[in-house]
Write a protein that binds this ligand. Sequence first.
Ligand SMILES: [Zn+2]
Length: 140
Amino acid sequence: MRDTAAATPIGALDALLHSISTAGDLTDNHILTLMHIVGQRGNVTTTSVLGALRILDNPGSVQKLVARGTRRAVYQVKDPDSEIKLTCRPALRYCTCSQFFQVLVRESIMCEHVLAVKLTEALGTLDKTEISDESFADLP
Ligand SMILES: [Zn+2]
């Protein structure tokens, strides 16, 4: 039997994000499904869901930064505990937080910050800011 498990949770997550986007709201059912999807890979991911929900509780915590010239984009997430602004690249599931290393080691889906970006985008509540190409190049 072929191991297709690696691709499955991401596909399920994308379907869920689409459903959240269509509903325009994050319901309890969505959260339960989210727990189920990301909880398959262990405790780090369950922490990710709770952490992402805490980030969503603080409006303006997630920002999309777009470079004025190149139109390249990254996301900045303010961590609710440390107040540090982290740089996320959701397409790569990359984040500058310390949790990201654990995500790699334990093969979790993503950290709470990347998950928060994806949920904020699905909900359509993302703040967008244009920055200079120079500032963009200086981002971690
Ligand atoms: Zn992170």
